[in-house]
Design a protein around this ligand. Sequence first.
Ligand code: ATP
Length: 246
Amino acid sequence: MSAPMLAVEKLCAWYSAAQILFDISFTVGRGEVVALMGRNGAGKTTTMRSLMGLMDRRSGSVVFRGRDISRLPPFRIARLGLGWVPEDRRIFTELSVMDNLDIGRQPPRRWDGENEDGTAAPVWTPERLFGLFPNLGEMRDRAGGSMSGGEQQMLTVARTLMGNPLLVLLDEPSEGVAPLIVEQMANTIIELKKQGLSILLSEQNLHFAELVSDRVYLLEKGHIAWQGGMKELVGNEEVQRTFLTM
Ligand code: ATP
């Protein structure tokens, strides 16, 4: 098997003196959609923040495309092709859809790291993104702040894609948005996978995760409590009850 795109080993993280993550280890392969699941407060967001270099105190190793990124600042990590869609969206409310997209722009990329094949990675333009998110195309001059929560969620995903990432961290994309948007979000993830991108998805909703994910890691209180194939989880009600049901 080829080396994973992302290999996390014994990741620990703290907020001040409180340890939140305990020896988290997982991998994401090229073109793979991996779900990080668990109840509120299990540590999904903290894991993503750790990968992006945003936790002041952490230990363990994070290897992305063959490079140890665990000591790099967030902007260097982003430049290596790790994209992050935060849970709280963070669009620029005063700026138009087009201007929000422009802010995310980064140069085209190649798979040119260690053990990679040198081919060109997908390049995103606003026009291409409007193909993926038609409603954004119809409101390109609208201010971000006047859009619905679901539309803002799409704009956040689109802005991250403007950075031409190779692996996208998606933090709870289905949370608090209308069913139609949830469906579009699932279709988007499936399309990104088709394009060869990798996705790490944080999710509580099994139905949504099932639509898009290949493998799953279940987090509980900052530990990985279970891991396996998505189909395996769907068929295992006991594991679902223990780690997912509210
Ligand atoms: P959610 O779905 O609620 O976002 P999560 O699985 O993403 O849940 P985290 O947000 O990573 O969980 O939170 C993990 C733990 O860290 C929780 O106990 C939470 O209270 C704590 N925590 C989160 N942010 C902070 C912070 N800024 N300071 C202190 N503790 C925090």
